[in-house]
Ligand binder design. Structure first.
Ligand code: GRF
Length: 200
């Protein structure tokens, strides 16, 4: 009886995946993940940002790997350095939350993090890829946009879609009001999707 219990604990221990959350911005999605109770082992940041303060305030380990924004940015080296950090910390799953660096393809090799990195994008992909998804959707005049959670690849806002949810565009929306309504959905949807991936 006791032995069966010990074996069960061992199986449970084996299944616990370690989660990292990369951030670059205000970190409100990270805040929602923490509030949901996701077991976040590591937050990484590519620049100084509010997301770092949120993680530190909650006692979560933070590693900042600053990047440059010059033409000679060495994406391959930056990615290899990130892989080293993730592996040193035993990370199994990476949930990007407003992280603004696209990794080199080496990250997505089977030996590293293929299908183990998710991204959340404030539009219904494949429409409106890029850094100005909300502004672009508004300028185009769509009546419905939304959010997409997908596995990341070396291509910007590309890869297998895991979940999507629509958000209506209102006549008097600005980029800020529309983005905030999308984020309300993102803060609800993303934590539950990541919890499911951790349970798999
Ligand atoms: C979200 O809208 C997400 O879809 C996009 O960046 C935003 C992050 O928001 N990739 P925040 O920094 O967590 O508030």
């Amino acid at each position: 009886m006791i032995e069966a219990g010990v074996n069960k604990i061992k199986i449970m221990e084996k299944k616990m995946k370690k989660l990292a959350v990369p951030v670059s911005g205000t970190g409100s999605i990270l805040e929602a993940m923490i509030a949901y109770g996701l077991p976040i082992d590591l937050v990484i940041a590519d620049r100084s940002c509010r997301g770092i303060d949120i993680a530190k305030a909650k006692g979560i380990k933070v590693i900042i790997l600053p990047r440059t924004f010059e033409k000679d940015f060495d994406r391959y080296k930056y990615t290899k350095d990130t892989i080293t950090i993730l592996k040193e910390n035993g990370i199994d799953l990476v949930a990007m939350a407003g992280y603004m660096t696209v990794f080199d393809k080496v990250m997505f090799e089977p030996a590293h993090y293929q299908n183990k990195i998710t991204n959340i994008h404030p539009a219904l992909l494949p429409a409106f890829k890029g850094d100005h998804a909300v502004r672009d959707a508004l300028s185009f005049g769509v009546k419905v946009t939304g959010t997409t959670i997908h596995f990341a690849t070396e291509k910007l806002d590309d890869g297998h879609i895991i979940a999507q949810e629509a958000v209506s565009v209102l006549d008097d929306d600005t980029e800020e009001t529309l983005h905030e309504r999308i984020k309300i959905v993102e803060r609800r949807l993303y934590p539950s999707v990541i919890q499911k991936l951790l349970n798999e």
